[in-house]
Design a protein around this ligand. Structure first.
Ligand SMILES: Cc1cc2nc3c(=O)[nH]c(=O)nc-3n(C[C@H](O)[C@H](O)[C@H](O)COP(=O)(O)OP(=O)(O)OC[C@H]3O[C@@H](n4cnc5c(N)ncnc54)[C@H](O)[C@@H]3O)c2cc1C
Length: 236
């Protein structure tokens, strides 16, 4: 059942840099003391005037008394500046939970997740939640970044693919050192190849508008219906 979004107040308890321009912030809920949400949902942060920025919740729903946000601050706009300015003790106001980019448990089709760089955030939360609930359906992840440094949590997915035979992981980097163990190039070719192996499939894609558009084009060209692609557009 969809939960009603509400205004929330929280305090920053910790900050981590996954790389110089990808930051995580832990926020301890003050009011309400817990935030119930579905994996894949996001919160809306008012930044003054008409400026608002959305951030997907990067922590598991089971840990409802604090949430983690993870941001690419390279764009350098108001959202990036706000995120960079967070420090332990900073009070944060936001509303949430919002959005319908959540796993459809009643859909029997095989799931393929496609993430472009920071678009991995809601997808990682969904994958973690499925694991925590013991749901081990066959599923795949295509994760693209301009270089391997733009594949946050890559190590985590590699480890998961090694221990869970039902999970197939396809990291792709536009450019990479010769020793990097992944595919080099664009995202489209890999999605094309992975999608062609499975007939009945639902695809969850998160990232920029151009990537979402391209993935939809690929799947439509294969005769899939519009409802077989669920997407979360971060920008563009
Ligand atoms: C539902 C939803 C969930 C989101 N979840 C997250 C999240 O978990 N983490 C996160 O970092 N962002 C997330 N975003 C994007 C976020 O809301 C901001 O748009 C982003 O942080 C940039 O904000 P900004 O004010 O710094 O830059 P803006 O002023 O908004 O953008 C500056 C320029 O950079 C481009 N741009 C914005 N983001 C990127 C990017 N990642 N890569 C390349 N170009 C970009 C914009 O198109 C624009 O041209 C989400 C957006 C939506 C709609």
């Amino acid at each position: 059942m969809a939960r009603k979004p509400r205004d929330c107040r929280a305090v920053v308890t910790a900050l981590r840099a996954l790389r110089p321009d990808i930051l995580e912030a832990d926020l301890a809920l003050q009011d309400p003391p817990r935030l119930e949400f579905d994996a894949g949902q996001w919160v809306s942060v008012p930044l003054g005037g008409k400026i608002v920025r959305a951030y997907s919740i990067a922590s598991p729903p089971a840990r409802a008394s604090s949430i983690t946000l993870c941001a690419d601050v390279a764009p350098g706009g108001p959202g990036s500046r706000w995120f960079r300015g967070l420090a332990p003790g900073t009070e944060v106001r936001f509303s949430g939970p919002l959005g319908g980019f959540v796993f459809a448990h009643d859909d029997p089709r095989r799931a393929l997740f496609v993430a472009e760089e920071i678009g991995i955030v809601p997808i990682r939360t969904i994958l973690g939640d499925l694991r925590a609930r013991g749901i081990a359906r066959p599923m795949g992840l295509v994760f693209w970044g301009r270089d391997p440094g733009w594949l946050p949590y890559d190590r985590e997915f590699r480890a998961l693919a090694q221990t869970d035979p039902a999970f197939s992981y396809h990291p792709v980097a536009q450019e990479a050192e010769p020793a990097w163990p992944g595919v080099r190039g664009g995202l489209a070719e890999v999605v094309e190849a992975v999608a062609s192996r499975v007939e009945e499939q639902v695809v969850y894609v998160a990232g920029g508008a151009a990537t979402i558009h391209r993935v939809r084009e690929i799947l439509m060209a294969r005769g899939r219906d519009r409802k077989s692609v669920k997407w979360e557009k971060f920008y563009g």
